[in-house]
Design a protein around this ligand. Sequence first.
Ligand SMILES: Cc1cc2nc3c(=O)[nH]c(=O)nc-3n(C[C@H](O)[C@H](O)[C@H](O)COP(=O)(O)O)c2cc1C
Ligand code: SF4
Ligand code: SF4
Length: 287
Amino acid sequence: MKLLFCIFSGTGNTRRVGELLAAELNALGHETELYAVKRGVPMPIFSGYDALIVGYPVHAFNAPTPFLAFLKQLPKAENMPVYLMRSSGEPLRLNDASGITPKRILKKRGYSVVGEFSYVMPYNIIFRHSDKMAARMWQTAKARAKRDASLIDAGGGTKRRVGPFRRMAAFALRIEHTAMPLVGRRFRVREGCIGCGKCAAVCPQGNITMKDGRPVFGKSCVGCMACAFGCPKDAVSVSLFNSWRVNGAYSFEGDAAADEEVCKYCHKSYLRYFHEIENEAETGHKE
Ligand SMILES: Cc1cc2nc3c(=O)[nH]c(=O)nc-3n(C[C@H](O)[C@H](O)[C@H](O)COP(=O)(O)O)c2cc1C
Ligand code: SF4
Ligand code: SF4
């Protein structure tokens, strides 16, 4: 099969997981290509592909607007298979609600959603996970990508059911889509800024322009945190979210957190997520 990955990623987690899944599919003899969803980048040519894999990070239990806008621009298809792939900082089932709108758009455009794959990756906002937690997440992502690639290889996939409470909660939090451009207008840079322009280069919305060696923030922020996360001087102040700011890449390859080192917040949910694939590896059971 020839598969096209179309991924929106703010701080690299979703892209990283997409590359992992692509490598597993390549190992099974499939051909994969990666397209980065970014404002101003022309749409890819879709002909010649057997299936699409579309990926996004969960933002406030929803899919980010640039990702939804991308889906709305997809050419009409006749039951072309598509897989949804998401990364989130928490393993909460509420994150599954983020798939509702993408699935509705895809269906409307004639695509057939065969499966949904969820990966937990370190937070890029709210708080910084320890590098040990990041390493455990990465270990788990590797095992899940192997499992998910075999599901795709077999033409199958898992679908997430979302109950009415989760639907309502996610719907209410779609306010983030309207609020973020306003919040983003208040982003500022602090004294430590060296005018390197990295924030402007990584912004997937083209929302940052450099004026007199200083970044100026426009009206189309989607809160992806790429600017704050990637700043070498941790100089971006993200307005209301500043106390939740996470700066700098995680190290994924060191020692992984043991069960007792898993963070206290959502402790049980993380353990359930980590153990699920470990148990599958032992019993051969598929989700
Ligand atoms: C504005 C914003 C909202 C977020 N909301 C959620 C959320 O509702 N649930 C969650 O588990 N993670 C949430 N996260 C964390 C990201 O989903 C997670 O870190 C993801 O892996 C980032 O992917 P990326 O590096 O591809 O952008 C949020 C992150 C941001 C920036
Ligand atoms: S990445 Fe940081 S240091 Fe570089 S221009 Fe942007 S705010 Fe300034
Ligand atoms: S300004 Fe920063 S947070 Fe907003 S879209 Fe650009 S990179 Fe993302």
